[in-house]
Design a protein around this ligand. Structure first.
Ligand code: GDP
Ligand code: IMO
Ligand code: MG
Length: 449
């Protein structure tokens, strides 16, 4: 009962001090609702203006989050997309896996463009990606005759394997040479064996060189590293600061709730923010699902609403659908209401941020998948077993499109009627309200509802 009373009071406080949009004074989570690249970077950057803290909670440099500021386009892989605001503390949480060379390069790029990363904090509990993880990632993919996942080859999966196998090396280990050397020696022996004997490669890692490199990296990032990142976050929660958790990847790439095994090796869903940043579920208020007005996926695996032929290529070109990390062409499909419903349910979405609806302008007719047909029956719950999913065919509703250019529209009222109807359909299938509509990559191209 005490807990409930506290909760109500806290909400009361939020409502009284919040203004209308409501993404304030509380913990908000941004999640991708599809297979990644929904525009999380843009939405995180936009909401960061009202934030005190932005936290990445999972994934690594498999992520590519684009933020467009004026004529500059930034592609962030590890650093939270709140970094462009001087007063926002950016935290790389315990759940992230870090390739130190990539992190340092990203810091350099930002500095060169005049953006100070002084407000960055890195969890000492975050795990480190090594060259042997990248080598394993590539070797595993190459050995597969069929069913390649199409990973980003950044070593993400093998690094998380080591974490869960309790042999991973964490940021904090960079500051204890003895521990670092012994952990590395243990790992190098195992990885060389695996790569050479099982995967038929010819690798040999130099322990002392690697130790020296790691100690150097450790010195370079020392000023950003915090021993207890959870304490930093909890202090902010206690002080009723505005906190944004920035998810990477998307719900359908979640290792538990996505299209396993064609997924990434972490939990991008909202629940992942609790483990990946060390926050309790009852600290969370808003969960904002970022959803592209159509669907894309990079890499292999099932994609029920994938568009056939020329139409897919046209949508890819119009939407600029090429990976922000690997540059690979993204597969494109129609909006999938079954995926949307799944994401809404698994994440507990409170709000939708719809992106790239401008890309659909000019289409005569637009298809929306409202259900799947499975064994002659309509189903509405996403089958996470890919063999069952393979027997599903999308059930489409065809709706009329709109021809107007909407990239300069700034209010909901100004949108063409068919565009509004399309958004309403998305909200209906998601069983969630739309709070933001993005009509272009730039900061100004946003409609707040
Ligand atoms: P993320 O990984 O979810 O952050 O998304 P990406 O950055 O990988 O991909 C989204 C792409 O779409 C980027 O190139 C963005 O600049 C762009 N983008 C974001 N929102 C919009 C929008 O509303 N309209 C258009 N045309 N492009 C957008
Ligand atoms: P953001 O944060 C889109 C995909 C890869 C591959 C699968 C597994 O920019 O939305 P991994 O390297 O993680 O082991 O690859 O996951 N993938 C992404 N697809 N956006 C991403 O991140 C992705 N991160 C991983 O293409 O299919
Ligand atoms: Mg991306």
């Amino acid at each position: 009962m005490g807990g409930l009373t506290h909760r109500v009071e806290k909400r009361g406080f939020d409502i009284l001090t919040n203004g209308t949009a409501g993404f304030f004074m509380t913990v908000n989570i941004i999640v991708g609702t599809q297979w990644g690249d929904e525009g999380k970077g843009k939405i995180t950057d936009l909401l960061s203006v009202d934030m005190d803290m932005v936290v990445r909670y999972q994934g690594g440099n498999n992520a590519g989050h684009t933020v467009v500021i004026g004529d500059n386009t930034f592609k962030l892989h590890l650093i939270p997309s709140g970094v462009f605001y001087k007063n926002v503390l950016c935290v790389i949480g315990n759940g992230v896996v870090i390739d130190l060379a990539v992190l340092l390069a990203e810091l350099e790029t930002l500095k060169k463009k005049g953006i100070s990363p002084d407000n960055l904090r890195i969890s000492s509990q975050a795990h480190i990606i090594f060259k042997y993880h990248r080598d394993l990632d590539t070797a595993q993919e190459e050995k597969k005759e069929a069913g390649r996942i199409g990973t980003t080859s950044r070593g993400i999966g093998p690094c998380y394997v080591d974490k869960y196998n309790r042999r991973g090396i964490r940021i904090g280990d960079l500051y204890n040479e003895k521990v670092l050397r012994s952990k590395l020696a243990w790992n190098l022996e195992e990885k060389e064996f695996m790569l050479n004997k099982f995967y038929g490669m010819k690798v040999s890692y130099d322990l002392e060189k690697l130790v020296a490199e790691c100690l150097g990296f450790g010195r370079d990032i020392k000023k950003y590293v915090v021993e207890e990142s959870t304490s930093v976050i909890h202090k902010a929660i206690k002080e009723k600061k505005s906190i944004l958790m920035e998810g990477a990847q998307g719900t359908m790439l979640d290792v538990d709730h996505g299209t396993f095994p064609y997924v990434t090796s972490s939990n991008p869903i909202s629940g992942g923010a609790c483990t990946g940043a060390g926050i309790p579920p009852n600290a969370v208020d808003k969960i904002i699902g970022v959803v592209k007005a159509y669907v894309t996926r990079v890499g292999g695996g099932p994609f029920p609403t994938e568009i056939e032929g020329k139409m897919q290529d046209e949508l890819r070109e119009k939407g600029g659908e090429y990976g922000a990390t690997t540059g690979r062409p993204r597969r494109c499909g129609w909006f999938d209401g079954v995926v949307m419903k799944h994401a809404s349910k698994i994440n507990g979405l409170t709000d939708l941020a719809v992106t790239k609806i401008d890309v659909l302008s000019g289409l005569d007719k637009i298809k929306i998948c409202t259900a799947y047909e499975y064994n002659g029956k309509k189903i509405y719950d996403f089958p996470t077993d890919i063999h069952r999913l393979a027997k599903c065919t999308p059930v489409y509703e065809e709706v009329p499109g709109w021809s107007e250019d909407i990239t300069k529209v700034s209010t909901y009222e100004e949108l063409p009627i068919n565009c509004k109807k399309y958004l309403e359909k998305m909200a209906e299938l998601a069983e969630c309200k739309v709070s933001m509509v993005s009509v272009g990559p730039k900061r100004k191209q946003i409609i707040k509802l």
